[in-house]
Ligand binder design. Structure first.
Ligand code: ADP
Ligand code: MG
Length: 257
């Protein structure tokens, strides 16, 4: 299990996270939902051990500070919200960066095979040789996803794998949004713990085992998506009334039926 225990973060005079406790376990896809500025990215960064926080981050019962960086890199991969890169690397080379924690000296055949498979999984095989800066926003996002997947592709001897994705679908078309969530589920089936920041309530409902709703730096509620993502809680957290929008009304009517 990967846990944030009573985590608080202050920046300047503002409290950005206020006593947040949250966790995700191998085998599950956990959604992190909340309005812009709620603290979702800050929570992910805190879980990655970024300096300047109170509370603790626990990986399989050990404080993350006591886990060697090399071990952590083989067991936990993070796709941050803004992972830009302006070097003239090909998509293949960008994904190969994810293999760094596994490469001692020169890359091996297995590393190239994994990079190929990761690119195929995200439907980006045809982009392998293209320079990363020339890719479209959605193509870049898929290549970055392939990079973090290649980092935790095989089960490490030390224990479980964890994957954290911060808005991995923000630039993607409908088909690739679903593909991304299917990949998250596939990794969860292979005993990876997945934490994923999402804005799409329908995707969260369809693909997440549990969700946390964050509001103003605190956990507003957590549990099964259908129990948590209700009209009332969405109105409360997002100040958005789904009853006023017919496409949402249809979605929720289906669910309530
Ligand atoms: P989101 O839920 O949209 O991912 P973030 O975690 O990125 O939100 O940010 C939460 C809030 O904290 C935002 O209002 C943001 O402006 C603020 N914030 C984040 N980092 C800093 C910082 N280094 N200095 C000041 N404010 C920050
Ligand atoms: Mg964010």
């Amino acid at each position: 299990m990967f846990e944030a225990r009573n985590v608080s973060v202050e920046r300047g005079r503002r409290t950005i996270l206020n006593g947040v406790t949250a966790s995700f376990s191998p085998g599950e896809v956990v959604g992190l939902i909340g309005p812009n500025g709620a603290g979702k990215s800050t929570l992910l960064k805190a879980m990655c051990g970024e300096a300047g926080m109170q509370g603790s981050i626990i990986v399989d019962g050990r404080d993350v500070k006591t886990v060697k960086p090399a071990e952590l890199a083989r067991r936990r991969a993070v796709l941050s919200q803004h992972s830009e890169l302006n070097f003239p690397l090909t998509a293949f080379e960008v994904v190969m960066l994810g293999r760094n924690p596994h490469i001692v000296g020169r890359e091996r055949g297995i590393d190239r095979e994994i990079v190929r498979e990761a690119l195929e999984l995200v439907d980006a095989t045809h982009l392998s040789a293209q320079l990363y800066p020339t890719l479209s926003g959605g193509e870049r996002q898929r290549v970055q996803l392939a990079r973090v997947l290649s980092q935790i592709w095989e089960k490490p001897p030390e224990g479980s794998r964890y994957l954290m994705l911060d808005e991995p679908t923000s630039s993607l078309d409908l088909a690739h949004q679903h593909l991304t969530l299917e990949i998250a589920r596939k990794f969860a089936e292979q005993q990876t713990g997945v934490l994923i920041v999402l804005h799409d309530i329908a995707l969260a409902t369809a693909f997440c085992d549990r969700v946390y709703m964050l509001k103003g730096g605190r956990v507003h509620s957590f549990g099964a998506p259908r129990a948590i993502l209700t009209r009332d809680s969405i109105l409360d957290v997002f100040n958005f009334d789904i009853n006023r929008y017919s496409n949402f009304t249809a979605l929720f009517n289906d669910r309530d039926a």
